[in-house]
Design a protein around this ligand. Structure first.
Ligand code: BEZ
Length: 402
């Protein structure tokens, strides 16, 4: 048995052995804390896109996660945190090999990843097969907290359904009844447009045309010409990262921002505004975050993120930050002893986190329950208009966890 395992086992016996254990606890804490402190660092494997159209998203998640750990002095639950990272390039075909490398070669204790829904679903399969702890800090694939839900899988972000379902009613209420949708042809695009359409048509809206192009293509011109000739009341879209920058600029360059209001999932304008400039003014989106949320956690987070990175925080940074906060809750509950897996998992599942996005808790499938905000781009920021829907809980269709 390795020294580390010996130390952890002794510590757990002290914690768990009933009355004798309770008696020991009066003196044990001073013995226990050094034991865990001397254990090998808890190893976090960051599997994120550091190149490609989602590169900035991945980097901000990474920065947010590391910021939280730094604020806690490099330790969570008394246990030192170390990192390894891998660039998944948002390529589903490489995902299984990449995550297996983190788990098999690097022997990580937790995988944090990723941004792209297709890549995330490959990670979910490996995490289920190997019972590895996984926190998804962005990708919204509904199945990850639906039929593929598992005790060891959590999300600090959203389900694809969750972010856009509220927008269906928002647009009908704004008198926008004939809408063209446009997105990339892959899981996130299809699910976000699907959830929007579900609520939009239920409230009396009509989808005039559903336009798509392959991920991560950015040749939007022909589709924008088609939108101009269809003359809908509005457009609803999902794009993110570099693709979102290009779409918003092309839409404005064609003059459509003056005649056909552009709406979308908030990823269209989050982390992208500096590059989009005036082309983004007036775009309305729904998301679980707005830049000017006036709560102490958000104000402190934005200040600290700016001090660390010289950049303005966004939803991706918040999701990385909250993923670390979730790990903190879990490791604190077990005093750094991650082998007490059931206790660690139960603590995260029951967590109530004071997130920069507002109150954050988790449903039975380990997906966040959270407010979805309507935002508008003004003064280079995604400013809060209203709460589009409070405490939105993904239906977790197909999840068998109780
Ligand atoms: C996704 O693939 O799930 C995704 C990517 C970027 C932003 C939001 C969702």
């Amino acid at each position: 048995m390795s020294d580390r395992k010996t130390l952890l086992r002794v510590t757990r016996r002290g914690l768990l052995s009933g009355a004798a254990g309770a008696a020991t606890l009066a003196v044990a804490p001073r013995l226990m804390t050094p034991a865990i402190a001397q254990a090998a660092p808890f190893k976090v494997g960051l599997m994120l896109p550091y190149t490609g159209t989602f590169a900035k998203l991945g980097q901000f998640i990474d920065d947010g996660f590391r910021l939280y750990v730094e604020q806690k002095g490099g330790k969570l639950g008394g246990r030192e945190i170390s990192f390894v990272q891998i660039d998944d390039e948002s390529k589903p075909e490489a995902a299984t090999d990449n995550v297996n490398r983190l788990i098999g070669r690097d022997k990580v204790d937790l995988v944090v990843g990723t941004v792209h829904s297709g890549v995330a679903m490959a990670m979910v399969k490996v995490a289920r097969d190997t019972n590895t702890l996984l926190i998804i800090p962005n990708a919204g694939a509904n199945d990850a907290t639906g039929p593929a839900c598992a005790p060891n899988i959590f999300r600090s972000s959203f389900s694809n359904w969750q972010t856009t379902y509220p927008a269906g009613k928002v647009m009908v209420d704004a008198g926008l009844k004939n809408v063209v949708t446009i997105t990339w042809r892959y899981t996130a695009g299809q699910e976000m447009i699907g959830a929007f359409a579900e609520n939009f048509t239920k409230n009396g809206g009509k989808i005039v045309e559903q336009l798509t192009l392959p991920f991560p293509e950015v040749e939007f011109q022909a589709l924008i010409t088609q939108i101009a000739s269809l003359k809908p009341d509005a457009v609803f879209s999902f794009f993110a990262g570099g693709g979102a920058v290009k779409f918003v600029k092309d839409y404005a360059a064609a003059g459509l921002n003056k005649t056909i209001p552009l709406y979308g999932a908030g990823f269209l304008t989050d982390g992208t505004l500096e590059a989009q400039g005036a082309a983004a003014n007036g775009i309305r989106t729904t998301l679980h975050y707005a830049d000017n949320l006036d709560n102490p956690a958000n104000i402190a987070f934005l200040k600290a993120f700016k001090a660390k990175t010289s950049k303005d925080g966004d939803i991706y940074a918040v999701q990385g930050y909250d993923a670390a906060a979730m790990l903190d809750v879990g490791l604190t509950a077990v005093k750094g002893d991650a082998s007490a897996r059931d206790t660690l998992v139960k603590a995260i599942a029951a967590a109530k986190i004071d997130s920069p996005r507002g109150p954050l808790s988790f449903n039975k499938a380990h997906n966040p329950v959270q407010n979805i905000y309507l935002r508008e781009v003004r003064n280079g920021r995604n400013e809060l208009v209203s709460i589009a829907q409070a405490d939105v809980d993904d239906p977790a269709r197909g999840c068998k966890l109780t």
